[in-house]
Structures are given as structure tokens and as C-alpha cells.
Design a protein around this ligand. Structure first.
Ligand code: GTP
Length: 228
């Protein structure tokens, strides 16, 4: 484990298989079905950034302030709400072009003038849903977004974490696949999959050149956040 190369989730089993957490300088994707725990892991990571700072970009629901405060209270019990929130920058955008412009123009300014160790995008999929879409334009925008995010991760040495949704797999199994296709998957550095059973949830490594993908990390979601 090396604090200088990773941004931790604070969940021991997950941080262990990720060798400390989300790797800085890279673009990590988390995908999984609805309710598998993607947003909870992202939120807890934002909480653990603490004074290291975090940018949280929401494209679906509004930022879950109550839940963020609940996890913050547990992690940083003696720090007031306002102090927990001082170092988190929240954006809410729904359109692909707004998202791209935010990442191209506003984000670099934010990163230049503030101490920030992670950028979280929840989700990358929503602005690229297929309704009324020109597919060529969508692919171009998606590629532009991925390249911008990757460059930001490298230039500012931060972890960029993107949540992706899933689509049914058409091979007859009930497995699910991440959305957004090859343009996107070719540009991400690390892909993590989340699954849930009745008893527990699990994070497994779909691909990550720097990690061994032998075993998944089991976790549960409680009022305090994500735990082993
Ligand atoms: P989508 O956003 O629908 O794609 O799902 P997701 O994968 O982001 O799911 P999320 O991380 O939001 O996890 C939702 C699950 O977390 C819920 O089904 C609850 O089981 C659990 N959860 C969320 N908030 C709380 C809470 O305050 N207490 C407890 N105990 N569990 C919670």
C-alpha cells in the first residue's frame, strides 16, 4: 500500500485488492447493476479525501448530501459538517456538451488553485444515453471526454473515477456488461465490476494492468458506509 499512488475508499477489503485504493494518474471505471454500491463507494472515497480535496460531478441524481454527511460523521467524528464539505467541489450537469466544457474549462482551474486528489464522475453513462442521438457525434464526444479525463489524471496526478451503467449481455447468460462500447473501454486504465448477492456485495477487477485479478473484495453497506 502506498498513500502516494492511491486514493483510498476506506473499506479495507477493497483497498487491499486495489493496492491502497484508486490509482492516481489513471482513469478508473466502476460498473455494476443498479444498487450494487457504485455511488456508495464513490461517496466514501470523497469522504476519505478529507482535506486532500475532491471534485464530485453528478449527472444523474443530485449529490446525496445527507448520506455524505452521515458517512463523514462516522469517519471524521470530531470534525464539523462544514469542515468536511469545505474541500469537496460539487457540480451537477446532465448534457454531454456541458460535461465536456466543464472538464475542459472549469476543472483545470479548480485543480490549479485547490488541493485535490480525486475527481469522481457519477455517472459517465447518463449524458451519453442513446435517445435522439447522432451516433457519430456521441462517439466523438465520448472519446473527447475520455481523453480529457485521462490527461487531467496524468497532468495533475489525481485519481479519476467514473461510474458506468450496465446493459444486458446477449449471450444468453444473465451477466451484464458495461455500457459505452469500445471507444470508451480502450481509453480507461482500470475497470472494476460490482455485483451483489443477498448476503454481500463484491468488487472484482475486470481489468487493471497494475493489479492481479485473482480475488474479489467482499463488502457490505451499513449506515456508516461501506465496510468489510
Ligand atoms: P445506481 O445509482 O442505481 O446505478 O446504483 P449504485 O450502484 O450507485 O447503488 P448505490 O451505491 O447507490 O447503493 C445503493 C444501496 O446502498 C441501497 O440499495 C442500500 O442498500 C445501500 N444504502 C444506501 N444508503 C444507505 C444508508 O443510508 N444505510 C444503509 N444501511 N444502506 C444504504
Amino acid at each position: 500500500e502506498d498513500k502516494n499512488v492511491a486514493v483510498k475508499t476506506g473499506c479495507a477489503s477493497i483497498d487491499k485488492i486495489l493496492k491502497g485504493g484508486f490509482r492516481i494518474g489513471t482513469l478508473t471505471e466502476m460498473y455494476g447493476e443498479s444498487g450494487s454500491g457504485k455511488t456508495q463507494i464513490a461517496l466514501q472515497t470523497a469522504v476519505y479525501c478529507g482535506t486532500s480535496g475532491c471534485v464530485f460531478i453528478c449527472t444523474e441524481d443530485l449529490f446525496p448530501v445527507k448520506r455524505f454527511n452521515q458517512i463523514s460523521q462516522y469517519v471524521w467524528h470530531d470534525i464539523k459538517d462544514t469542515e468536511c464539505k469545505k474541500n469537496i467541489f460539487i457540480e451537477h450537469l446532465t448534457e454531454a456538451h456541458e460535461l465536456i466544457s466543464c472538464i475542459r474549462v472549469r476543472l483545470p482551474k479548480l485543480l490549479k488553485f485547490n488541493k485535490i486528489s480525486a475527481v469522481i464522475l457519477d455517472s459517465v453513462a447518463a449524458p451519453f444515453r442513446c435517445e435522439n442521438t447522432n451516433y457519430v457525434q456521441r462517439a466523438e464526444e465520448l472519446k473527447e471526454l475520455a481523453i480529457l479525463l485521462l490527461n487531467i489524471a496524468q497532468e495533475y496526478n489525481i485519481a479519476v473515477i467514473c461510474i458506468n451503467q450496465v446493459t444486458a449481455c446477449f449471450t444468453g447468460s444473465d451477466d451484464v456488461l458495461p455500457t459505452l462500447g469500445l471507444v470508451w473501454s480502450n481509453l480507461i486504465s482500470c475497470r472494476l465490476k460490482l455485483t451483489k448477492t443477498i448476503d454481500y456485495r463484491e468488487l472484482t477487477i475486470a481489468f487493471a494492468p497494475h493489479l492481479s485479478n485473482a480475488q474479489g473484495a467482499k463488502f457490505i453497506i451499513t449506515k456508516n458506509g461501506i465496510e468489510d
